[in-house]
Design a protein around this ligand. Structure first.
Ligand code: 9MR
Length: 355
């Protein structure tokens, strides 16, 4: 009798272990996270690829359009708006219970040529266009798009100076104030972000962002958060990232890791500027990358207070489709899933760190 009881107990324990293991395995990233987990998507590609879509739906509860919501796509010419793709994305997000994050209202690289040409010659026109575009766009999706990158990359690639874009050259730095004010006017509940790259490692540039935030706040400009794009490299020290996130969190604003990926090779931040140091992805490299992804989650959870954690968003989730390769003209392996859409060790360690 006693022995029978023992066998039953062992059997039950075994079953519970197997079941809970399967349960954990069947949960996606979003299911084990206390903050939203997002990814950039290309809607047409996602729609057409069943495996990609399955991974996306299982793991993410926030989406950012990699390109579909940029000015050059939404306002390709003066006469019309192109809402089609955005509307399709909204329906997809609603169906799959995902947050939509708007990327991006004002960005030098997102500005179509026709706006540059016209705006360069006519200050008043550009000023009005900025207002109309933001009011129309944010107003159309009021209450549906939860947050926006209102202004993207307004600082020079290095250091803390304002980037000399069309917007800056024609309207002065006040274009930033205006953009936030119009977005707030169109949707007072939307979370409004300033977003930039390398601010986790370039202390001067981070200081530039913090000065800008101070300036905006002193004039009651409604900014809700700072987006750290977080396109990082394996050799960017965790301590450096931690220090930057801590300083940004001290503003009390929301902190979004908005375009995360981790590469091995180097580049100079310019198109085609990659340097191919590693030819292939070895097992050791996969393990090291897994550790780096885990550390990033640990730092975010430790340094950013819970109520300021807007989420972690990846700039795509497969090595196959990553922007890094075509932009920098290198081969690299920055994402959680590999070229065959299989989860890498980085996926598992990232997930474990979220628990
Ligand atoms: O990944 C995007 C790439 O497909 C586009 O060609 C490019 C220009 O629109 O933008 C890339 O995304 C950028 C993002 O919008 C802003 N931060 C840097 C991203 C990578 O360049």
């Amino acid at each position: 009798m006693k022995r029978y009881f023992c066998y039953t107990l062992i059997g039950c324990t075994f079953l519970v272990t197997i079941l809970s293991f399967n349960f954990l395995e069947s949960q996606g990233l979003k299911d084990v996270s206390s903050f939203p987990i997002g990814t950039a998507i290309n809607f047409d590609q996602l729609k057409a690829d069943a495996k990609l879509k399955k991974i996306q739906i299982e793991n993410f509860n926030s989406i950012t359009a990699e390109n579909d919501m940029k000015m050059y796509n939404v306002k390709p010419n003066e006469k019309e708006y192109n809402w089609d793709k955005v509307d399709q994305m909204m329906a997809y997000a609603q169906k799959n219970k995902q947050r939509v994050f708007g990327h991006t209202l004002v960005w030098h690289s997102g500005t179509p040529d026709w706006v540059k040409e016209k705006g360069r010659k006519d200050t008043l026109w550009l000023d009005n266009f900025l207002k109309e575009y933001i009011l129309d766009y944010v107003g159309r999706y009021k209450g549906k798009i939860e947050g926006w990158d209102v202004v993207n990359e307004a600082l020079e690639t290095e250091g803390g100076d304002y980037r000399k874009t069309l917007w800056y050259n024609v309207l002065g730095k006040n274009y930033i104030h205006k953009a936030f004010k119009y977005a707030h006017e169109a949707d007072p509940n939307a979370k409004l972000f300033y977003n930039d790259f390398n601010i986790e490692r370039d202390t001067l540039k981070l200081q530039g962002v913090l000065n800008m935030v101070k300036d905006l706040k002193s004039e009651n400009v409604p900014i809700s958060g700072i987006g750290f794009q977080m396109h990082i490299r394996m050799d960017i020290p965790g301590e450096v990232i931690e220090h930057a996130l801590k300083k940004a969190a001290e503003t009390g604003l929301l902190i979004h890791l908005s375009e995360v990926d981790i590469i091995f090779n180097k580049h100079d931040d310019t198109k085609n500027g990659g340097v191919q140091k590693y030819q292939e992805l070895t097992e050791e490299m996969k393990i090291a990358q897994a550790e780096k992804y885990k550390n990033l989650v640990d730092i975010y959870k430790r340094v950013v207070p819970k109520e300021q954690q807007y989420g972690i968003t990846f700039w795509g989730f497969t090595d196959r489709d990553s922007w890094v390769k075509s932009f920098f003209k290198i081969n690299d392996w920055p994402c959680l899933f590999d070229d065959n859409l299989e989860a890498k060790p980085a996926y598992h360690s990232f997930k474990k760190a979220l628990h």
